[in-house]
Design a protein around this ligand. Structure first.
Ligand SMILES: [Zn+2]
Length: 70
């Protein structure tokens, strides 16, 4: 049986992190410096022109955002 309360909580969390990620992506793409919430290193934008997978990540890769959902 699905725990409805837990499911709603999970949905909200997913939604929150989605908006949080979108906000970070917007800021990085606007040229602002955004620090990783874990290692506090600046996040870098990787585009198809740069080497590697497109996305936004820090050097340690504890933050690793995919850009395919924009
Ligand atoms: Zn990090």
């Amino acid at each position: 049986m699905i725990d409805i309360k837990q499911f709603a909580h999970l949905q909200k969390r997913t939604k929150d992190s989605f908006f949080h990620q979108k906000k970070i992506i917007k800021q990085v793409m606007a040229g602002q410096t955004v620090l990783c919430s874990k290692c506090h290193q600046p996040l870098s934008l990787y585009t198809p022109e740069t080497k590697g997978e497109p996305g936004i990540r820090c050097q340690k890769k504890c933050t690793d955002l995919q850009l395919d959902f924009i």
